[in-house]
Design a protein around this ligand. Sequence first.
Ligand SMILES: Nc1ncnc2c1ncn2[C@@H]1O[C@H](COP(=O)(O)OP(=O)(O)OP(=O)(O)O)[C@@H](O)[C@H]1O
Ligand SMILES: [Mg+2]
Length: 319
Amino acid sequence: MAEEVKAVSEEDAVISLQGVGKRFGERWAVSDFDLRIPRGVTYGLLGPNGAGKTTSLRMIYGLTEPTSGSLRVFGKEVRENVRAVRARLGVTLQENVLIENLDPRENLAVFGRFHLLRGKALRDRIEFMIDFLELRSHADVPVRALSGGYKRRLAIAMSLMNDPELVILDEPTTGLDPAVRLALWERVRELRARGKTVVLTTHYMDEAERLCDRVAIMSEGKCVMEGVPSELITTHLARETIEFDCSVKEEGEFLRPLEDPRARVRVGRRLMLYADDTGVYMDRLHQREGADCRPFIVRPTNLEDLFLSVTGTSLKEVE
Ligand SMILES: Nc1ncnc2c1ncn2[C@@H]1O[C@H](COP(=O)(O)OP(=O)(O)OP(=O)(O)O)[C@@H](O)[C@H]1O
Ligand SMILES: [Mg+2]
């Protein structure tokens, strides 16, 4: 467990996992997961397809029982307190759970009643959520006729009906257009400003970098890195990235006479080199190519670079 996470006391932690594992048949989807998420932060669970993110969230929500370890939410062991924990928690699953023949307003009403909202309180909450997720133009359209993005917005609205202290969002912005994605980020920031704890998964590293106070990067069921995104980047990779296309053979020739960079990542023909000063590589590219300099990009190293260098770049599925 990272030192900073250990520093979050058990009382301050909204979510606390100790040695949590989940086995399906012979395979451990999640193993030996230690995590403490403090109150009021936006926390990102990152990892390639099949890394164990959804399984971890399902255990936190009490949908899946851990095979091993201790999992506490609001200080309570989840398996013994599923109802009490869920009452204070809102969840948007990776797959939308909606009633297809009802419209958004009716869906929200069903969910609100489930959470014991009635009368004016229920009506007010529905209208608030319709505005919060910008659903008004489609509030009377049956769910089956909504586009994927509107269904996603409605699913998120549903998870917030009970004004939960802890909000769990499994890939909330997958399939959303850029404007809606940005609007949703604002909503997440608003929730955070109101003291809510938000735990989300995303495959968009720009989103994680901008939105999350802390992230855990999972790979093959294990947490391989944990911390503040900007600190993780500067600790593990160099400041600058230079990227260009080249073959594996060229890479050998190009790098041999130079001091190795702290890390490099290849995705197909694209090579990314991380260095505190990429000038030396730029000079080298100019020399090699003469007037027809090979196109390259120099940019600040970001969370996606770290993610790729930690989890690998092949099409990875733990199967
Ligand atoms: N009910 C299940 N039965 C058997 N295996 C499962 C089950 N649920 C998940 N798994 C396996 O557990 C592993 C982790 O799956 P999980 O859905 O948690 O990954 P993920 O990180 O959410 O991936 P993605 O980014 O694709 O959503 C995968 O190998 C998956 O096939
Ligand atoms: Mg998932």
